[in-house]
Write a protein that binds this ligand. Structure first.
Ligand code: ADP
Length: 638
């Protein structure tokens, strides 16, 4: 038994490492940064849990899914580990205990969400600790060309350097060779320190049947009926489809329910819980379902609609057969779905004029400035994610440097007389506190401080004010709340040729759009591929294998061409309906593109805030029409 195996047995009670775990852990313990690419359920967490407990210092785990990590933490705590999760659901006492533990060096593993890294109070707290390991879950989000780019991820690498993190562990279950290369470059990981286990799952039988979208309900029903009962997920693209299909299956006597982000959270929980305990129920879900689901006996995953890309596809089918028993994954491929998927990509690309206006606006804000993403996303009608991406581009072009987000307003409720607080510190410090308190606006319950303003008035750094308030909060002298998050920036340079610069930004957005559309094409390629489906899919992720022998193609089913999407044209009646909407004069759909987005079912900040979805039945009425064709139609009307 090696020393590592002994530690594994002693701390976790496991006899052996799973594939890849020992390789990743021993590299980390040798001080190297590692990229681990394991399939979901492959045991990625252990790769930071074990070193986290063995190394002295703190291990910070960044995961977008910490809300779903309760089980993992309970498991760790049951094993006697000092682990905690920092999220917004903690009570004040829990929060205080967490920070006490952190400062006292009692914590070994701390789980946080990526957003937390934008919180200066948190960064200050953690900056005082020795961070021996930073683990980044879902690390593929760092790659701009990946399927799930998150601008806040791009900054983690810099932060790891700023916090003098000793080593990093990037974890993902989906990485094409190009994405893996991006992650390695960001965290200075040597090619040799990428630990990649195979993705092949011998118990999954992949199959694709092509056909028009009409009649798909019947095909699905027939498939479900002809196979032995078992726990089933049916993935669809739109919430509406989830309702329709679940309704159809239920009307035909199946135990089926819809699951999507549009349901109330109690309902979602109830539906999920019922699914978890049932051996044979069907859940018809949008991609909102599945993250963090740990049900080992899912026997069937159907793709009623085409998945967005092969990354999503492999993640979604990966939820089947975790128990190793044979499971079926079938895609009901129809070319009609392509339009809806493409429309989503177009919806994420900002208009070239907007990019220009926004960029010029930013450069006119002065040497140092701060913005509210919420406010700007409404004003320019671009989604927050797109806005963040645009700002990140400006940072990557070294035009801006982020000075970090901050809360402009602090509200507090003293828990003891202020004289008591002042008495606790001496001389200049007490005087400083007094002047801060004097400048707080008094409401009925809360005192409010605009930290930027007060800092200017009293001639003290804003940081010092924030630090003082945080100190009093930690001592329990006051309850502190923050409001009005703003993002601070420093302007580094203004591009000489602004037009060319804006053009290059637009080209970048265009490239992303092209990439997304190509991703859909890769799904179509898979659906029509006449060789082994499993091999083709693994090949996309850089894994070379022989034919699997058990997918539909290996079993001799020939592919049928998908053909073209079922296209209809706009009628006189359509014209009348849309003209009617235009004449209502809604402010949030003034431009042809804004109106087109609404018609194609793409939400935007302006229409969401104006609650337009509730005011017209035309939201998404044309979601089966191509975005570009709808735009042409709309431009003809205005
Ligand atoms: P991933 O994050 O890769 O999806 P997890 O880390 O959640 O997977 O691990 C899946 C399950 O496997 C967990 O219940 C975990 O406790 C268990 N596990 C991990 N490593 C081992 C091991 N070496 N031996 C036994 N069970 C393990």
């Amino acid at each position: 038994m090696t020393e590592l195996q002994r530690q594994l047995k002693e701390r976790f009670g496991f006899d052996d490492f799973r594939e890849g775990q020992e390789a990743a852990i021993s590299r980390l313990l040798a001080g190297k940064s590692v990229l681990a690419v394991f399939p979901t359920g492959g045991g990625k967490s252990l790769c930071y849990q074990l070193p986290g407990l063995m190394l002295d210092g703190l291990t910070v785990v960044i995961s977008p899914l910490i809300a779903l990590m309760k089980d993992q933490l309970d498991f760790l705590i049951a094993k006697g580990a000092l682990a905690a999760r920092l999220d917004s659901t903690l009570t004040k006492e829990e929060n205080r205990k967490l920070f006490d533990d952190l400062y006292a060096g009692n914590l070994k593993l701390l789980y946080i969400s990526p957003e937390r890294l934008g919180n200066e109070r948190f960064l200050r707290a953690i900056g005082r600790q020795k961070i021996s390991l930073l683990a980044i879950d879902e690390a593929h989000c760092i790659s701009e060309w990946g399927h799930n780019f998150r601008p806040d991820y791009l900054k983690i690498a810099q932060l790891a350097k700023d916090l003098k993190v000793e080593r990093t562990l990037s974890l993902t279950a989906t990485a094409t060779p190009a994405v893996a290369k991006d992650v390695r470059a960001a965290f200075d990981i040597a090619a040799d320190d990428e630990v990649h286990t195979g993705f092949y799952r011998p118990n999954l039988e992949l199959s694709v049947i092509a056909g028009p979208s009409r009649g798909r309900n019947k095909t699905l029903l027939a498939r479900i009926r002809e196979r032995p009962p078992g726990s089933t997920i049916v993935y669809v693209t739109l919430q509406r489809t989830a309702e329709e299909v679940a309704g159809f299956l239920a009307a035909n006597g199946l135990n089926a329910a819809a699951y999507h982000a549009g349901l109330k959270s109690e309902d979602r929980t109830a539906i999920q819980n019922a699914f978890m305990i049932s051996p044979d129920s069907v859940i018809v879900a949008t991609i909102a379902f599945g993250m963090g689901i740990d049900k080992s006996n899912i026997r069937y995953v159907y793709h009623y609609n085409l998945p967005k890309g092969l990354e999503s596809y492999s993640q979604e089918i990966g939820r089947a057969g975790r128990d190793g028993e044979p499971s079926f994954c079938e895609m009901l491929a129809s070319a009609d779905d392509v339009i809806t998927l493409e429309n989503f990509s177009y919806g994420d690309t900002p208009e070239p004029e907007t990019v220009g206006e926004f960029t010029r606006h930013i450069f006119e804000m002065g040497e140092t400035f701060d913005i509210s993403e919420y406010e700007l996303s409404g004003r320019f009608d671009v989604r927050p994610l797109v806005l963040k991406t645009l700002l990140t581009y400006l940072e990557l072009e070294r035009c801006l440097a982020s000075t970090g987000p901050f809360y402009s307003e602090y509200k507090f409720q003293p828990q003891c007389p202020s004289s008591e607080m002042f008495a606790r510190v001496s001389g200049e410090k007490a005087e400083f506190l007094r002047s801060v308190f004097r400048h707080a606006r008094k409401g009925t319950k809360w005192l409010t401080l605009d930290t930027t303003e007060v800092s200017q008035t009293i001639g003290q750094p804003r940081d010092r004010i924030v630090a003082a308030l945080s100190y009093l909060e930690e001592k329990g002298d006051l309850i502190l709340q923050v409001a009005g998050v703003r993002q601070g920036y420093r302007r580094l340079r203004v591009p000489e040729d602004m037009n060319a610069f804006v053009e290059s930004l637009n080209a970048r957005f265009q490239k992303r759009e092209t990439n997304d559309v190509e991703r859909i094409q890769r799904v179509l390629d898979l659906a029509q591929h006449d060789g082994c489906i499993t091999r083709h899919l693994l090949g996309y992720f850089g894994e070379e294998r022989d034919d699997c022998g058990h997918c539909c193609r290996c079993q001799g089913v020939k592919p049928t061409p998908l053909g073209d999407a079922d296209r209809r044209t706009f009628s006189a009646q359509d014209e009348e309906r849309v003209r009617g909407l235009i004449s209502d004069g809604h402010e949030s759909i003034r431009t042809p593109r804004q109106l087109t987005r609404l018609l194609c079912g793409i939400t935007s900040p302006a229409t969401t805030r104006a609650k337009l979805r509730q005011k017209t039945n035309l939201f998404g009425a044309y979601d089966s029409m191509p975005f570009k064709a709808t735009l042409d139609f709309v431009e003809g009307l205005v």
